[in-house]
Ligand binder design. Structure first.
Ligand SMILES: [Zn+2]
Length: 357
């Protein structure tokens, strides 16, 4: 099963926005816990069923004396994640931390709902992003602009989190999960300036959010995620390098799952980021030589990227989910990637880009 909600169900929730105001949710989605995968290093992947789709966005539970969830997905499908946590035996007093890699709604949108369901949990977020989870009005408004109808169909609005429940962290912060288990939080901007990666030295695992890119099961190659307004090539490459320095044995992407071998995937991610930026830059120059205005420049760059990087799927094709262009576009939209790279190149040109380091 790849669709948990019919198109009509999705459309009917468009009127509400706030999860509590949704029309009666699909009982199947509420009652049944989402697919849960236990990996051999003890990491438990909970499918957030973002957009009603399986194996698109994962949350990861670290089963330690202080249980910690990394990523929770959007508000609209948070009931699936809560059902997953409950099916794993977590009572309301049990969750110690929710770590969100960044505040984009497909990662942190449901954080307020998780905080409400687990009153002892602390929500851990990059210090740059923390104010926006405390008062999400601007985050919701800008997300609504960026996502358009998908805001109500796929994401839903973020609810505010009390300042006392939020822990804003910077590079090198260590979370003590008990019994010697620690998580090291790494400031890893590039995809977003409010991005952190999570390193678990006890199992050699990196949880990279969107900082490395997107690779759904069935995709042959990792695909960069370079949205506006923050995309920064050198920052992305430095973030990937910070992961490489930890010599990870496992690399968990938010979209989706562990990818192997980690060091090769990191190399490929860096190469793809450089290539996308180069291809976009060449297309931008060509558009400018023809005297294109900003709109046509974006059109041309997006079309060029689309043509060059249409999703390459595994030839075996024997995956249990249908991976198609539309599924990828939900997470790493070509036009948004083009806009992000163009903004980066513009800032590079006018000298307004913040240097790395
Ligand atoms: Zn994402």
């Amino acid at each position: 099963m790849s669709e948990r909600r019919s198109a009509d169900d999705m459309a009917s929730s468009a009127s509400g926005g706030r999860p509590g105001e949704e029309p009666a949710p699909d009982p199947e989605l509420d009652d049944a816990p989402p697919p849960i995968e236990r990996h051999d290093d003890g990491v438990i992947a909970i499918d957030t069923l973002t957009g009603g789709l399986e194996r698109v966005t994962a949350g990861y539970l670290i089963d330690a004396p202080r249980p910690t969830l990394i990523e929770c997905g959007p508000a609209l499908t948070i009931d699936a994640v809560l059902a997953g946590l409950s099916s794993l035996g977590l009572d309301p007093g049990d969750l110690a931390y929710l770590v969100v890699t960044h505040i984009h709604l497909d990662h942190a949108g449901g954080a307020g709902d998780v905080a409400a369901a687990f009153p002892d949990a602390t929500v851990v977020v990059c210090d740059v992003g923390a104010p926006h989870l405390h008062d999400p009005e601007r985050l919701n408004a800008s997300s609504r602009r960026v996502y358009g109808p998908l805001f109500d169909q796929v994401y839903g609005a973020c609810t505010p989190i009390d300042a006392g429940r939020l822990l804003g962290v910077s590079d090198g912060h260590v979370l003590d999960l008990g019994a010697g288990r620690r998580l090291e939080l790494l400031y890893t901007p590039g995809h977003a300036k409010h991005h952190i990666g999570v390193f678990d030295p006890s199992i050699g695992a990196i949880f990279s959010g969107d900082s490395v890119g997107v690779k759904l099961p069935g995709m042959r190659r990792i695909r960069p995620a370079t949205p506006p307004p923050d995309f920064h090539l050198e920052a992305s490459l430095a973030s990937i390098d910070a992961y490489r320095q930890r010599a990870p044995e496992r690399l968990y992407l938010a979209h989706y799952g562990p990818v192997d071998p980690p060091l090769d995937v990191l190399d490929e991610a860096a190469e793809q980021l450089r290539l996308w930026t180069e291809v976009a830059g060449t297309a931008r120059r060509a558009a400018r030589q023809r005297g294109a205005d900003a709109q046509h420049e974006l059109d041309h760059v997006a079309e060029t990227l689309q043509h060059r990087f249409a999703v390459e799927l595994e030839e075996t094709g024997a995956t249990d989910v249908s991976v198609d262009q539309g599924r990828i576009e939900l997470l790493s939209d070509t036009r948004a990637n083009a806009a992000g790279i163009l903004r980066y190149l513009d800032r590079l040109e006018d000298g307004s880009l913040t240097p790395v380091g």
